[in-house]
Design a protein. Structure first.
Length: 302
């Protein structure tokens, strides 16, 4: 299958990993199929769901529409968690020879992104705006033509009803603090060809891979002033146990990539009241004010 009805030729692979998602799977897919930009393929990796979420869509003809049937690849197999499911999907996309029907990617023209079940594109123009940004960047930066790019934007948090802005410039300290969530990141497919997510990390595998892209693959990070996705929140990574795991994994990852500087950055965060800022960002009573101030500061840096 080859989709050629776009002007720019930028091609997107949108990975949706599911396991007993209920109605959330349909919600996410509908937001994808509503995109005005049509040069994309959807890769659904389902871990043998038994709640009929996928089978009911199939039997009800949901994938029979002209938009869905020409762009959707569905695979059902047991995985070892969400990151393993993402890796299974990526292995199908990056395979040099594939019988899955997925279009072969072209480095610098093909990008992959991930939406969890329940998350949606913010509006109909998201993919088009990102494609325009990718075209513009390629034309303006010929000296970096061989370097892979991670485009990223902003997120709307449905739980706190506020826009979570990403830093327009990612220096090492901002990389230490955190990176944009994977639902707002758009990766050159080549960044997953040598290796994908390290499933030894239960919560921070996407964070580790982002740093791998920057430090090991010399990836460029490019901010796009677009609200990419509406994030549902309340998932596994936000539970108390996973937050403890997250902190341990963060310390290990940053030490690996940043060495002794990680200790300095850790102290800087403590002295700057990072813990209090995090609580404010997650509290619905204060999140709008906090994120509004942060968005204002970032807008001055663009």
């Amino acid at each position: 299958m080859s989709i050629t009805n776009s002007v720019s030729g930028i091609h997107f692979y949108i990975v949706v990993v599911s396991f007993n998602p209920g109605e959330k799977l349909k919600k996410t897919l509908e937001s994808i199929y509503r995109q005005d930009y049509r040069d994309y393929e959807v890769v659904i990796e389902d871990s043998e769901s038994d709640d009929q979420s996928l089978s009911s869509l199939r039997e009800g003809g949901f994938f029979d529409s002209d938009i869905a049937k020409d762009r959707t690849h569905i695979f059902v197999e047991k995985d070892r968690g969400i990151y393993d499911g993402m890796n299974l999907a990526l292995s199908r996309i990056t395979a040099e020879q594939s019988n899955s029907g997925i279009t072969a990617p072209v480095s610098g023209r093909s990008y992959v992104m991930f939406l969890n079940c329940g998350d949606v594109f913010h509006d109909r123009q998201v993919l088009g705006r990102i494609a325009d940004a990718a075209e513009e960047y390629a034309g303006c930066q010929p000296e970096d033509i061989d370097r892979p790019v991670i485009f990223y934007g902003d997120q709307y948090n449905l739980k706190t009803e506020s826009v979570v802005s990403s830093s327009p410039k990612l220096n090492e300290f901002s990389l230490y603090r955190n990176v944009p969530c994977h639902q707002v990141c758009i990766y050159d497919v080549s960044l997953f060809k040598d290796r994908a997510y390290d499933i030894a990390y239960k919560v921070r595998a996407d964070y580790e891979h982002f740093l791998y892209c920057v430090y090991k693959k010399d990836a460029i990070t490019k901010y796009v002033n677009v609200i990419v996705s509406d994030y549902e929140g309340g998932g596994y990574s936000e539970t108390r146990d996973s937050k403890r795991i997250s902190e341990k994994e963060h310390n290990k990852i940053t030490t690996e990539y940043m060495g002794d500087k990680a200790k300095k950055y850790r102290l800087m965060l403590k002295l700057s009241g990072a813990g209090l800022r995090t609580k404010m960002a997650e509290d619905p009573r204060f999140s709008k004010i906090y994120n509004g101030i942060k968005s204002g500061i970032y807008s001055l840096k663009r």
